[in-house]
Design a binder for this molecule. Sequence first.
Ligand SMILES: [Cu+2]
Length: 181
Amino acid sequence: MAATAALLSGCGSSESTSKTPTDAAASASPSRSMGGMAMGDPSATPADKISDAEVVKGDFQLLDTRPPGLDDVEGTAWLAQSPKGTTVTVSLTGLKPDDVYMAHLHAQPCSDGNGGEHFRFDKGGATTPPNEVHLMFTADTSGTGMTTVNNSRKTGEEAVAVVVHPRDAQDNRIACADFDF
Ligand SMILES: [Cu+2]
C-alpha cells in the first residue's frame, strides 16, 4: 500500500516540472553546465567532422552594425545534418579577448536584413533553445572563439545564415555567414 501511494504521487509531481524554461537561468549565470547542454560545447565533435552528414559552410562577413573594435573579425560556420539531427559549429578570430559572444541560426540570407529573424523549428514557438539554435562562447586571450551545438531536429534549408553578436548587445550584429546550400 505504501509503495502504491508513493508511485501515484510521484507520477503527478515530477513530470509537471520537467519543462521549466531555462533561459533566464542561462543568461544570469554563464555556467558550463547550462551552456554545455543548450548553447554549445567547445569540445563537441565539430560539424565538419560529423560522419554520415550533409555539411554546408559559410565564411563570416563583417556587418556595418558591428560595435567598434571588431574590424578584424573573420571566421567560418558549418552546418551538418545527419540522422542525429543538426550540428552547428562557429569558429572566429579577431574577437575581443575574454568577451562573451552569442551566435544564432537565422532565417534570411546576410544580404536580406543582415540575416533577418532567428530561425525557429516551430514558427510560433519559443524563442529559446531547443526551438531556436543558439551558440554562446567566450573568446580566448588571443581573441579566438569556437563552439559546437547539437539539436535533435533537422533544419533543412530554412536556416540559411549564422549571425554573431556580443552576448550583452545583441542588436549589434558583428558578422554574418551564408551557408552554401
Ligand atoms: Cu542572432
